[in-house]
Design a protein around this ligand. Structure first.
Ligand code: CUA
Length: 164
């Protein structure tokens, strides 16, 4: 069978694309891959988070004062609440101090977004998402789960109270 040179070129291009796509899938998570998740807080066992046996601040989540100017907030997300954060247990932090949120999940992937701020991260079981911020003004901010996490996802939220 005769194959035209023009056709050979296109066959070669198609082959290169296929190899390229496979390489992207196989190696996309390393090297030049894009890291979508802020996992600067490291990894953690979601099982241990669930049973409260991580040996970290997640076992008794809440606000921990490090110094007058730095507070760490441990938050556990689970279907369908943040603790602290949801219901009658808002996250209460002072204004004009560095606040580091460490958030992890006890079950599935959730989101952690504080309204009117740029604090916004995915919360993936097995990983600790870490974001720091400083609130200039006192007030109450909304807390929203922005990743679909199950039937009651739309009810998953809470509040952050910034006090003087
Ligand atoms: Cu948690 Cu949506």
């Amino acid at each position: 069978m005769q194959v035209h040179n023009f056709e050979k070129v296109w066959l070669g291009v198609a082959l290169l694309l296929i190899v390229g796509f496979i390489a992207t899938i196989a190696y996309g998570s390393v090297g030049a891959g894009i890291s979508m998740v802020d996992d600067s807080g490291g990894t953690i066992s979601a099982q241990a988070v669930q049973s409260g046996e991580t040996g970290t601040g997640f076992d008794d989540p809440g606000v921990v004062k490090q110094s007058d100017d730095h507070y760490v907030v441990y938050v556990v997300a689970r279907q369908f609440q943040f603790s602290p954060g949801s219901g009658d247990n808002p996250i209460r932090v002072p204004a004009d101090a560095r606040i580091t949120f460490k958030v992890t999940s006890a079950d599935v992937t959730h989101g952690f977004s504080i309204t009117e701020t740029n604090i916004n991260t995915m919360v993936i079981p097995g990983q600790v998402a870490e974001v720091s911020a400083r609130f200039d003004e006192t007030g109450t901010y909304g807390l929203v789960c922005h990743e679909y996490c199950g039937a009651a996802h739309h009810t998953m939220g809470g509040s952050v109270e910034v006090v003087a």
